[in-house]
Design a protein around this ligand. Structure first.
Ligand code: NAD
Length: 366
């Protein structure tokens, strides 16, 4: 099925109205909408607007709350432990990065632990926020109580999709942004496949017998794709990336972002929240005159000059694909599967908004 193309500004306006109607104050509604649309602009549809239905449902049942902000539980010179109080991750993530940068400006380096945050979405966005301020950042993330991934050698679930992200600034809109889930695919990519009636890559999941499969129903069960999809519904799992290495990195995220922060490692209890352990470095403070900035730029140029393998146009650095997609999608609109768009509109309709008003707003945002 051909994807729709809807202007990013229109989708943002629709989402902001939906979140405001669901109970967010207008600034927060816009921040959540903007963050989700930014993930789609970067090409990570799994962490974008497809989440709308689920976020509204989570707020309705009280798993996540509008209007909450970080609380500094421990506030040392170069370290902070932040309690998210199950607020929206789009707000808490931005606030946690601001704390990390504030401390790294003073001390040259900082470590910030965020716990009990609602879904903080695409982690690369937080590294981009740090890069924009000139800081290196490293993020370990886990998803408390989200058992989705089979560990290396296992046929059952023991981990969340636990993403890792590293950002290194490299001047004007050319930062190194490495950002990935430690599962073969992010859960949201299986969600997009389910909602679009497509298959995920063939080794992305395992079925209930531990056999590789690309069928997203291994995760969600055999449900109506229009229903709110619950990844606990299937008897299979996502596969860990990179065999024992990716599986080990995922376990490290569970320990650092879950056990160490107090957010909790993946398990089987109650509702789902993110923990994140972040390290911020001021590269200028580490420079004894060797010129870190030129060294980064030179090495990135060197890597890009690697002869491409057959069938590959050119060698990219992490962050390049997102930049290319942002240019295309800003100009041409967000490609959205009809099923994803339908789920957004029906979420708004479920809150009492008029279908025609939402469709008009998407095409003619004011
Ligand atoms: P992915 O497999 O698409 O990998 C993305 C990374 O690989 C990016 O750094 C990208 O720049 C780089 N990349 C892609 N193609 C490249 C190429 N040809 N050459 C060089 N680099 C290339 O990512 P994913 O594992 O599907 O994760 C998607 C998103 O899901 C991420 O933004 C992640 O933060 C997010 N996520 C969030 C949570 C959460 O709980 N909040 C959980 C899991 C994943």
């Amino acid at each position: 099925m051909t994807d729709l193309r809807i202007p990013a500004t229109g989708v943002r306006a629709v989402l902001a109205l939906i979140f405001e109607t669901a109970g967010a104050e207008s600034g927060e509604a816009t921040e959540i909408a903007t963050n989700l649309v930014e993930a789609n602009l970067a090409g990570h549809d799994s962490h974008g607007v497809v989440r709308t239905q689920r976020y509204v449902e989570w707020s309705r049942i009280g798993d996540v709350h509008f209007g909450r902000h970080i609380e500094r539980v421990i506030d040392a010179d170069a370290f902070a432990l932040l309690e998210g109080h199950h607020g929206f991750g789009q707000v808490l993530g931005r606030e946690a990065v601001e704390v990390g940068l504030e401390k790294a400006r003073m001390a040259g380096v900082s470590v910030v632990a965020l716990r009990n945050a609602g879904h903080i979405g695409r982690i690369g966005g937080w590294a981009e926020q740090a890069c924009a301020a000139g800081f290196v950042s490293i993020h370990f993330v886990n998803v408390k109580n989200s058992l989705l991934v089979a560990p290396f050698g296992g046929a059952g679930r023991a981990m969340s999709t636990a993403p890792v992200c590293i950002g290194v600034p490299n001047g004007d809109n050319d930062d190194f942004i490495l950002d990935f889930a430690t599962s073969q695919i992010a859960e949201g990519k299986a969600l997009v496949a389910l909602k679009s009636g497509k298959q995920a890559p063939p080794n992305a999941l395992i079925d209930g017998n531990g056999r590789p499969t690309g069928d997203p129903r291994a995760l969600y069960g055999n449900i109506d794709p229009r229903a709110v999809a619950d990844p606990r519904g299937g008897d299979g799992a996502l596969a860990a990336m990179g065999d024992h290495k990716g599986s080990g990195l995922g376990l490290a995220c569970e320990l650092l972002a879950g056990a160490l922060t107090g957010s909790g490692a993946a398990g089987t209890n109650s509702n789902i929240h993110n923990g994140m352990l972040s390290i911020y470095l001021d590269p200028a403070r580490m420079d004894d005159g060797h010129g870190w900035s030129a060294a980064v730029a030179e090495y990135i140029a060197f890597v890009r000059a690697t002869p491409p393998a057959r069938g590959v146009e050119r060698v990219l650095i992490p962050g390049d694909p997102e930049r290319a997609r942002r240019i295309d999608r800003t100009a041409n609109g967000l490609p959205l599967a009809q099923g994803v768009w339908d789920s957004i509109i029906s979420t708004g309709v479920g809150l009492g908004l008029e279908r025609d008003h939402l469709e008009n707003l998407a095409r003619n945002p004011t």
